[in-house]
Ligand binder design. Structure first.
Ligand code: F6P
Length: 365
């Protein structure tokens, strides 16, 4: 009987997931004693009755590297340690089904698991590893907030999409003499805002790492707008907050979703500017899920392919409890523990932040 490697994609989707799945399958197909299967919607496919597991071979993954999303489906709610169940009164509760899941993996003859996911998914990987699961992590996220790797796939495509949005908003802001605020994703790390603001040439970039002072933003606006003539482009992370303020939430999330739903940072900023007396017309665009969908750019396809191949080679080398990472151009293995210990915030002393300041981008500080 051939050994089985289970692949799952967990957390919010991003570009490059399919390229990583394809690379794992293609690399595994060179080994006669291995086959690859996938669980639907992260580990949910294993936990459901009946199980939802699919065979992954070269014919299934052919050509998927250019497609957005994930052919396996994903979820950023629940998981084996926090499975949502309704009690007899209809109240939702979380149940730990991890031990049962490991028994199911044994039944399926799964000898190794590759978990493609961000911070939350790799925390699940670490917990499963500690329970004896032969697991390997592959980092992905548009937020680029995972430690121990120089970057994650999904992020470069999201930056490309956000930059294209800035480019478009610059021309309309200029035509109408407006202030246009673009709200991009980035819960606690402002990577997408920083990169797209520099690439697109925004005047103001507001990120979660630097609480903003509205007066500094107004100063920067007044440098460009006189007698309502001139325009300003602002890129703001969804997780940005004013000095002494908090993040802007947009209603409650579904049960089992541990992160609160962010949204509205751009609109809040518009109201703050209007209350502070800015008379120029202000418009807000929220980019939202466009950042997660669509074709991965070439860089993401390549990185995801390298990560996928390395992940399967780590299976062969039994490097369990480790995550694939990019470090100074090399694809290496790092302990998952290390990746989840250090959150990858924007380094405020980094060259890129300095570059941004040197070309007069204001961070509102
Ligand atoms: O983690 C990526 C991310 O895109 C965050 O920036 C965002 O806050 C979150 O996912 C939203 O995810 P969802 O609405 O799918 O729960």
């Amino acid at each position: 009987m051939r050994k089985r490697c289970l692949v799952v994609t967990g957390g919010g989707d991003c570009s490059g997931l399919n390229a990583a799945i394809r690379a794992i399958v293609k690399r595994a197909s060179k080994e006669n004693d291995w086959e690859v299967i996938g669980s639907k919607d992260a580990f949910n496919g294993i936990l459901r009755e009946p199980m939802e597991v699919v065979d992954l071979d070269n014919s299934v993954v052919a050509g998927i590297h250019i497609r957005g999303g994930t052919i396996l489906g994903t979820t950023n709610k629940g998981g084996p340690f926090a499975w949502a169940v309704q009690d007899k009164n209809g109240i939702w509760k979380e149940e730990d089904r991890s031990a049962e899941m490991l028994r199911k993996l044994e039944f399926l003859n799964v000898q190794a698991v590759i978990n493609i996911g961000g911070d939350g998914s790799q925390r699940i990987s670490e917990q499963l590893y500690k329970m004896g699961c032969n697991i390997i992590g592959v980092p992905k996220t548009i937020d680029n907030d995972l430690g121990a790797t120089d970057t994650t796939f999904g992020f470069p495509t999201a930056v490309e999409i956000a930059t294209e949005a800035v480019d478009k908003l610059v021309t309309t802001a200029e035509s109408h003499n407006r202030i246009i605020i673009l709200e991009v994703m980035g819960r606690d790390a402002g990577w997408i805002a920083l990169h797209s603001a520099v690439a697109g040439g925004a005047e103001i970039c507001l990120i979660p790492e630097i609480p903003y002072d509205i007066n500094k933003i107004i100063e920067r606006i007044n440098k460009r707008i006189h007698n309502l003539r001139g325009f300003v482009n602002i890129v703001i992370s969804e997780g940005a907050k004013p000095l002494n303020g908090s993040q802007q939430y947009n209603g409650d999330n579904e049960f089992g979703h541990h992160d609160k739903k962010l949204g509205g940072a751009g609109n809040r900023l518009m109201h703050e500017l209007q209350s502070a007396g800015i008379k120029t017309d202000i418009r807000v665009t929220t980019l939202g899920y466009l950042q997660r969908g669509g074709k991965p750019i070439a860089y993401d396809r390549i990185l995801a392919t390298q990560f996928g191949v390395k992940a399967f080679e780590m299976v062969l080398d039994k490097e369990f409890g480790k995550m694939v990472a990019l470090k100074s151009g090399k694809i290496i293995a790092v302990p998952i523990e290390e990746a989840i210990k250090k959150y990858n915030y924007v380094d405020l002393n980094s060259d890129l932040v300095q570059t941004a300041r040197n070309i007069d981008i204001s961070f509102g500080d």
